[in-house]
Design a protein around this ligand. Structure first.
Ligand SMILES: Nc1nc2c(ncn2[C@@H]2O[C@H](COP(=O)(O)OP(=O)(O)OP(=O)(O)O)[C@@H](O)[C@H]2O)c(=O)[nH]1
Ligand SMILES: [Zn+2]
Length: 357
């Protein structure tokens, strides 16, 4: 099943690192690492140093337990899947209040949150994406597109920016969303798009994109992949036989970036929403999280209590009251979406998970 004309890639080029190497034990002798490139209901394809391979699944394997970007160990003779390695980061969603989380992507180093300098720019939605990235253990970077269209005469109203907003004011608003947050302007159609994103790409690095429809994600993926995108050995479809023996072509979800690295582009990534992100919220709203221990009451809701350090900061003008409103909304949403454990002490919200899984 190996593509004969695929260029050989080192495991490091595929994203292999000490984090994964350290998980190998004596019982793994003779097994080879593979990186999941596509997840289908009944089959998994993976990248190996020699090219794309279709993995042989053990009986009753559930492909839903794997995400694009996962590292697994296989028997190199048969490509039989043996086990999955622990994830460095995982982007997932929880639907409703119950059930297993759905996996969107694994081992993503940087999440590009793409928004345009127009009515698409929405702090509350951006904060949701930031919480998601924080929760996943992935570095969030906000990419501002369509700055070139601000105030452009004759352009589509929806794309021309909002009254009174300049490129600089979009940048300032984005930077205020989280301490130390990286924000960059990028025109996905411009020749320098790859250079702008280079600090987060490069050999072995994996990135993914989220954002509303029309903000430029597809155009960015194409720019990142460069002219090699059309070449079958880099990102083209994989020729496979379907159940009826016909040859079918499947688009790969893990695209090589020109100059090194990988971009994950799947329908699941494109429709990722926020839930179950308590850990991410604390990082996102650090200025509020840090004030809470100074409140008089340990369980202060920062709404009406005397001795509330958060309300004091709003009065003093050092905290944006809109941030508190959005924090409260996300907190209650998160609590509603996080499964509760029932036990002798009654309902208890589960503790947020750590970064590693
Ligand atoms: N002038 C200009 N056009 C842009 C910019 N970013 C995106 N566009 C254009 O906006 C349109 C939408 O871009 P897409 O890449 O299809 O957006 P998308 O986010 O992939 O949208 P979905 O596929 O619906 O998720 C395309 O015509 C792009 O060329 C920008 O910064 N400047
Ligand atoms: Zn308080």
């Amino acid at each position: 099943m190996t593509e004969p004309d695929a260029p050989p890639l080192s495991p490091a080029a595929l994203g292999w690192s000490d984090f994964f190497a350290e998980q190998l034990g004596p019982e793994d002798a003779g097994l080879s690492p593979r990186r999941i490139a596509n997840v289908h209901r009944a089959r998994l394809t993976a990248l190996s140093p020699g090219g794309t391979v279709r993995l042989v699944l053990p009986p009753h394997a559930n492909t839903g337990a794997y995400a694009v970007g996962d590292w697994v160990l296989v028997d190199p003779e048969t490509e039989m899947l043996r086990r999955r390695l622990d994830r460095h980061t995982v982007l997932e969603r929880r639907i409703g209040g119950t059930g297993e989380p759905q996996l969107a992507a694994a081992n993503v180093d940087t999440l590009f949150i793409v928004t345009s300098c127009n009515a698409d720019f929405n702090p509350a939605r951006l904060e949701r994406y930031l919480a998601l990235a924080n929760q996943a253990g992935t570095l969030p970077v906000i990419l501002l597109t369509k700055a070139d269209m601000i105030g452009q005469a004759g352009s589509d109203d929806a794309d021309a920016g909002e009254p009174g907003m300049t490129a600089e004011s979009y940048m300032a608003q984005a930077e205020a969303l989280q301490r130390g947050l990286a924000v960059a302007f990028v025109n996905p159609r411009a020749d320098d798009a790859l250079a702008v994103l280079a600090p987060w790409c490069g050999e072995g690095k994996t990135v993914a994109l989220v954002g509303s429809s029309g903000v430029g994600k597809s155009t960015l993926v194409n720019s990142l992949a460069g002219p090699g995108m059309a070449a079958p050995q880099v990102t083209g479809g994989i020729r496979e036989q379907d159940a009826k023996g016909r040859h079918t072509t499947t688009a790969r979800s893990l695209h090589a970036i020109e100059g090194g690295g990988w971009v994950i582009d799947t329908p699941g990534m494109r429709t990722l929403h926020v839930s179950d992100s308590g850990f991410g919220l604390d990082t996102l709203f650090a200025e509020i999280t840090e004030l809470a221990p100074l409140c008089k009451f340990r369980d202060c809701t920062h709404a009406h209590e005397p001795g509330c350090a958060v309300q004091a900061a709003i009065k003093a003008g050092t905290l944006d009251p809109d941030r508190l409103t959005r924090w409260r909304k996300l907190q209650s949403e998160n609590t509603a979406n996080t499964p509760v454990q029932t036990g002798p002490r009654g309902n208890r919200v589960t503790a947020p998970r750590g970064r590693k899984r």
